[in-house]
Design a protein around this ligand. Sequence first.
Ligand SMILES: [Zn+2]
Length: 329
Amino acid sequence: MRIAVMTLAVVCLLSGCGDDSSGRAPTQPTPVIPTVSEWTLAGRVTATISGEPVAGATIAATDVTATTDGAGRFELKRPLAPVSPLEVTVSAGGYLSRETQAIHPRATPLVVDIIAERTPFDLSFYRALVRNGFESPDELTATHRWTRNATFYLKTVDDTGRSLEPEVLARLQQEIPRAFSEWTSGRYRATLEIGAEDRPEVEGLVRVNFTRDPDFEHCAQATVGGNYGWITFRLDYCGCGSLRIDPRTMWHEVGHTAGFWHVRGDFVMDKYFEGGCTAFPAITAPEQYHARVAYERPFGNIDPDQDPVWFHMLRAGEAPPVVTCGGRR
Ligand SMILES: [Zn+2]
């Protein structure tokens, strides 16, 4: 009863009820009635790489949902602002569902891109190249891409103290910057340093070493992704005439450095490559496209397309895994 009385009193205060029997309109201003939604977040859903709008996509963001219009736009509405980042899931027919986070308040609209499951995208190739799905299909890895520019340090003496042939050094200086730029879709640069001494492991540095060990029956060994790492080339094993490392092997190892795994077939990252005298190597169109998709995702994104919590603050820091490349010819 008390609540009812108080409510009536409030209503009277707002609407000006009383004993005015003159029939005139009340003099107080009409109160502003709060709308149901007071917090909004506008955004767009686009297709990864092409940037085309995705119409009819569903955005589920913690406890609110919205659907995109023909231009891919949506607006999330809520009575009050959420107290933490929104857990966002975007799904649409013919696209991989993406799970990500949205921080707020924000100065710009929220734009979420999702991957179209159609040519040129191939999920099984993507899983092989980006998640080690060819060699380890039951344990797909997170994206392990770089998040900064790299310095490649070429050690000019091999593990026996013998100097590296000038021709090999010159070719590596030519190929590594091109290969790193292509594998990272032009996002990051590789600069080169050379020297005879060992260098400690530091962030941003890729140490390139050379061996002539006859027991090392592979073209090379390398770390996969992760803002620092190393490559060890076996000289004279996957060479090309007087050039003791095949240029294609150089591109293959830089592909590992950039965060990519072995695939099967006529690709630079083919697991069973045996060197060869490729004069002007370049990553193939499927490798280029899928590498670009991977670099459109944050470090730590997991299969099929789930960004890690706090991805906007994560950096590639953990020790990268190691792969061994190319067998006996
Ligand atoms: Zn390899």
